[in-house]
Design a protein around this ligand. Sequence first.
Ligand code: ZN
Length: 138
Amino acid sequence: MVESRRIRIKTNGNSEITDITGRVAREIDDSSIENGIATVFAVGSTAGIATIEYESGLMADFRSSWDRLVPANMDYQHNRAWGDGNGHSHVRASILGSSLTVPFTEKRMLLGTWQQIVCVDFDNRPRSREIVVQIIGE
Ligand code: ZN
């Protein structure tokens, strides 16, 4: 069986990290599927999905790591073509990846205690985001 569900969040962009673990758990709970996998997919080309220990120090570390890996203040051809200044946002989102698959049994995701599911919004402005939760199982 397959069930497709949607989560909507508002973000401030600029690598803001939103913990969506509880929201994903609720969608699995509300589905008719007991055992399977949930694919969590961020719609759009400037956001990504990951797991992380959702703790303030690591949030800061994660964000500053992106500033070092893919700096915003470089010359991006995307910015020259489109003028929206978010070339770095697209590159970061592509590197992180737009989806994550989490197994669950008896409606409980098999996550570690310190492993949360997050949406990272790399865009350079506030956004309203849609996240698809595709639940597959029986
Ligand atoms: Zn763009």
